[in-house]
Design a protein around this ligand. Structure first.
Ligand code: NAD
Length: 311
């Protein structure tokens, strides 16, 4: 990895990464440490693979105000990733309480401590459609961050709450915050891409409507880390969170073919080739971010063939 410093105008040396021992967290810690930043991780006890590149670890929960207050003290920036990353990670109560309260406490403490910048993990689920039990679809393709929310589950609601908290804290403290609406994030290179390919094949078979709502998007962990770096050094509105994704879908067929099959009644502008039917204009305009790691770089054979998917 190159060791170029973070954009000097960002004036950031010390960064707290909450959830830094998690999937995205470890990639973010590696990335920021390689940029020469002094990285502290705040995570709960007993994580399986602690981020080794961190200068120090604080063990505790983002839902504990004292722990959070101490952890943000003296930091120039905070990357808030800690939380329960899906509906399968706990009860509805645990997910909403952990994610909504945790984000609020981290943002509030950062505002009080005079931290310059908070980057927080929102989600492609912040608009609620993918996890909605009803057969809902976006109003239009390509859709973007302004697509109206139709939320029915605790995880999506918690991510929407994070974005509202960011807007409120920004008003109250004048602090810079940027949310990132991550899509499906995985280490796409694991076992030459086969682990990821199996995951998306299963996801397409289990719930193709959900994948259609998400526009068949994904992002490698390295690109997730690069998007966090881009957000740390740029000024954006605190909400909505900014969608980031690889530029093309994980499908073998064209996006037009996929839309005709899974969302034929949804009005759409034409989408070229295998481009995702989700607009990344904010990622491009506000973050100058473009994902670099794609399945095609590993093997075209990893792309999901719609012929293999149950109708
Ligand atoms: N991975 C994805 O596909 C994806 C997609 C969209 C959004 N996100 C969001 O990105 C963030 C990171 O996701 P991830 O995939 O790395 O998840 P992960 O489960 O791998 O990592 C989450 C980390 O947070 C820690 N954590 C959980 N509760 C905590 C608490 N109360 N206090 C302190 N630490 C706590 C966990 O120990 C873990 O290390 C989450 O907010 C998630 O909702 C992830």
């Amino acid at each position: 990895m190159t060791r170029e410093p973070l954009d000097a105008s960002a004036n950031i040396d010390r960064v707290l990464v909450t959830g830094g021992d998690g999937l995205i967290g470890r990639a973010v810690v590696d990335h920021l440490a390689a940029r020469g930043l002094d990285v502290t991780v705040l995570d709960i006890p007993g994580t399986a693979a602690p981020a080794r590149a961190a200068a120090r670890h604080i063990t505790g929960s983002v839902t504990d105000p004292d722990t959070v207050r101490q952890a943000v003290t003296g930091q120039d920036a905070v990357v808030h990733l800690a939380g329960l990353a899906g509906l399968d990670r706990g009860s509805a109560e645990e997910i909403y309480a952990g994610n909504a309260l945790g984000a609020f406490l981290v943002m509030e403490a950062a505002g009080r401590a005079g931290v310059a910048k908070v980057v927080y993990a929102s989600s492609i689920n912040a608009f609620g459609l993918p996890l909605n039990p009803d057969p809902v679809l976006p109003t239009h393709y390509p859709w973007d961050e302004d697509e109206p929310a139709v939320i029915a589950d605790a995880y999506s609601l918690s991510k929407q709450a994070n974005e509202h908290a960011a807007a409120a804290i920004s008003r109250n403290y004048g602090m810079e915050l940027t949310g990132i609406r991550f899509p499906l994030v995985r280490d796409i290179y694991e076992h030459d891409g086969t682990v990821f390919a199996q995951h998306i094949r299963r996801a397409m078979n289990e719930d193709p409507r959900r994948q259609a709502c998400e526009g068949w998007t994904y992002l490698d962990t390295r690109d997730a880390a690069a998007s966090v770096e881009a957000a740390l050094s740029r000024s954006t509105p605190p909400a909505p969170g900014i969608l980031v994704a690889a530029p093309q879908t994980y499908l073998r067929q064209s996006t037009e073919e996929a839309l005709a099959r899974y969302a034929p009644a949804v009005p759409r502008d034409s989408v070229p080739g295998r481009d995702i039917p989700v607009s990344l204009h904010r990622a491009s305009d506000l973050l100058d971010f473009k994902a670099e790691h794609t399945l095609e770089q590993i093997s075209e054979a990893l792309l999901v063939d719609l012929k293999d998917i149950n109708p």
